[in-house]
Design a protein around this ligand. Structure first.
Ligand code: CP
Length: 327
């Protein structure tokens, strides 16, 4: 494994190996597997969990994390290759990447899409350019996908449901006043389908995920003899695991229409539509009583804090695999 940039870039066996390692780090959190190693994490967007869990992952294994926020704590970055840099950005991503590689053992990037042109932004060019210009491993901390979150979600599913094969995973859209990134949903559908779960993706009309992610998830389900369903009603029936997430309509990409989104305020996970036995989770941060009611998120079947904790363990597994001492 050279980088960790998307779930779909890995085999199921590679992901299983990471999850095994994450389990062992959960049992034994401290060590020296990353002694004298430095991660440099670049945050172009805010974070609570990702930043603290990467800091802790490095610290608890004997290494160190340095976070920078271009345009705030460090120079603003130009990301277009070949740009004439006559605007605000003081430094090119290419130069920043090459310099940071001289200091750190791995780089990590958070860079959300700009909601201007999905066909362009879905190419994930910034992350891919960083990989191209970096001679050190690169980790995706959320761009158009969120593979660390998906891995933490899968660790949580396995802890509660055992073998995920044949279990019913419902990914439901939920209302949020803003158009959010599709990254969490993309990676969640990808990993759940790779691990043989029966998948239902529920979202309002006009809010379907990108066809490439749908196609890959469908193909994964087919290979695993699992069911794949898309529905435009919030049908959580028979779910073993309900994963809620809001995302912006790709049909309205670059042209967000709040009036249309506001028509879907009834898309909320609540006591009435949540199956009794099912587990609930969300990547967090979450808008309470918009995405999910207090009653559901505070119930014994809610796994939101377990999943957030598992970010720490899976990231240790990723870091150890990419830059840790070889045994
Ligand atoms: N789930 C997640 O990535 O949380 P943060 O945005 O707080 O890092």
């Amino acid at each position: 494994m050279k980088h960790f940039t998307a779930i779909e870039n890995h085999t199921k066996q590679e992901l299983e190996k990471l999850l095994e390692l994450a389990k062992s780090f959960k049992a034994k959190p401290f060590g020296s597997q990353l002694k004298q190693k430095t991660l440099i994490s670049i945050f172009m967007n805010p974070s609570t969990r990702t930043k603290t869990s990467f800091d802790l992952a490095m610290h608890q294994l004997g290494g160190h994390n340095i976070s920078i926020e271009p345009g705030k704590s460090s120079w603003g970055l130009e990301i277009e290759e070949g740009a004439i840099m006559d605007k605000d950005a003081e430094e090119h991503l290419k130069d920043a990447t090459k310099v940071l590689c001289k200091y750190g053992d791995a780089l990590a990037l958070r860079c959300f899409p700009k909601f201007k042109d999905w066909n362009e932004e879905k190419k994930d060019k910034i992350l891919k350019n960083m990989v191209k210009w970096s001679d050190k491993p690169v980790i995706n901390m959320e761009t158009i996908s969120h593979p660390c979150q998906a891995l933490a979600m899968m660790q949580t599913i396995i802890e509660k449901l055992g073998d995920p094969k044949g279990k019913k995973f419902v990914l439901t859209w939920a209302y949020h006043p803003k158009p959010l990134n599709t990254a969490v949903a993309n990676s969640a559908a990808m990993i759940a389908s790779m691990f043989g779960m029966d998948i239902t993706i529920a979202n309002p009309e006009g809010y379907d995920l990108d066809p490439d992610y749908i196609k890959q998830s469908k193909n994964n389900c087919k290979k695993n003899n699992a069911n794949f369903k898309q529905t435009h009603t919030q049908d959580l029936k028979d779910a073993d695991f309900v994963y809620a997430k809001s995302w912006g309509s790709l049909e309205q990409y670059g042209n967000y229409n709040k009036t249309i989104q506001d028509k879907h305020k009834n898309w909320i996970v609540n006591k009435e539509n949540m199956p009794k036995q099912a587990y609930f989770s969300h990547c967090l941060p979450v808008r309470r009583n918009m995405i999910v009611t207090d009653q559901v998120i505070d119930s014994k079947n809610s796994l939101v804090y377990e999943e957030a904790e598992n970010r720490l363990h899976v990231q240790k597994a990723i870091l150890k695999t990419l830059i840790g001492e070889k045994e």
